[in-house]
Design a protein around this ligand. Structure first.
Ligand code: ADE
Length: 241
């Protein structure tokens, strides 16, 4: 079935164009996903359309008021038979390719709550939020970009989204290794040659070169990934030569 993504936000105009370009819009056209934004401000009840308030206990910054948020979440849930409400917050569990695969496989509709200001009232979290996710250890001004990151990473994993090529199963992180270096024409560019093995037609040698490239990159840029599992025999051999 289709996965329906709903983004609850104070800035729908930031989110809507995301569904109108590239592979994501193709997934929409093919009915693999739908995407829409809902303006949380439409659920405020006073004449100033207030959505924020000051934190109890003092401190700088504002919080999102619970009532409009709760109404917006409940309205979004009504529109789905099987949905999961995900709060975007740097306090959430960390997003990674494993979580993307997991959410893609569950094929629930996903409702993203994008906070602005300093956060949301804890009682909304407690009653209406199923999951809290962070896209990394840095703080953004709102959750919209984080929601789009997650929607993007999930969508490209859904059957029928990527072209007939191998695509998603040669991705970086599949075996806790980064993807190998790649080259296309011309064979010489600004006096740098494409490694000759890649032009050799020797598929065994090409495969070994790619393994080595992958391993070197991982060692240089992401040694933390190498620490996650032991090197296999082939990798040990590569590192010794
Ligand atoms: N909102 C602000 N920063 C965020 C982050 N790192 N992840 C998810 N949502 C956020």
């Amino acid at each position: 079935g289709t996965i329906n993504f709903t983004v609850l936000t104070l800035f729908p105009e930031l989110v809507d164009p995301f569904f109108e370009h590239g592979i994501i819009s193709r997934a929409v056209d093919k009915n693999i996903i739908t995407g829409k934004s809902v303006n949380i401000r439409d659920f405020s009840s006073d004449r100033h359309n207030t959505v924020d308030d000051r934190p109890y206990g003092g401190g700088c910054g504002m919080l999102m008021k619970p009532e409009p948020l709760a109404l917006a979440i409940n309205a979004a849930k009504q529109g789905s038979a099987d949905s999961r409400v995900i709060l975007m917050t740097p306090q959430g569990r960390r997003f990674d390719q494993g979580l993307a695969l997991d959410l893609a496989a569950r094929s629930e509709d996903l409702i993203f709550v994008c906070g602005r200001y300093e956060g949301i009232d804890e009682r909304v979290c407690h009653t209406l939020v199923d999951d809290e996710i962070s896209i990394g250890d840095y703080v953004m001004t709102g959750g919209e970009l984080a929601a789009m990151v997650i929607i993007d990473a999930i969508t490209r994993l859904l059957p029928g989204v990527l072209g007939g090529e191998t695509s998603a199963d040669v991705d970086s992180f599949r075996d806790d290794r980064l993807e190998h270096a790649q080259f296309t024409r011309p064979p010489a560019f600004e006096s740098m040659d494409v490694p000759s093995v890649l032009l050799s037609g020797d598929h065994g040698a090409i495969e070994r070169w790619r393994k080595r490239s992958s391993l070197k990159r991982t060692l240089l840029n992401r040694p933390d990934l190498l620490a996650k599992r032991a090197l296999d025999g082939e990798e040990r051999k590569i590192l010794k030569t």
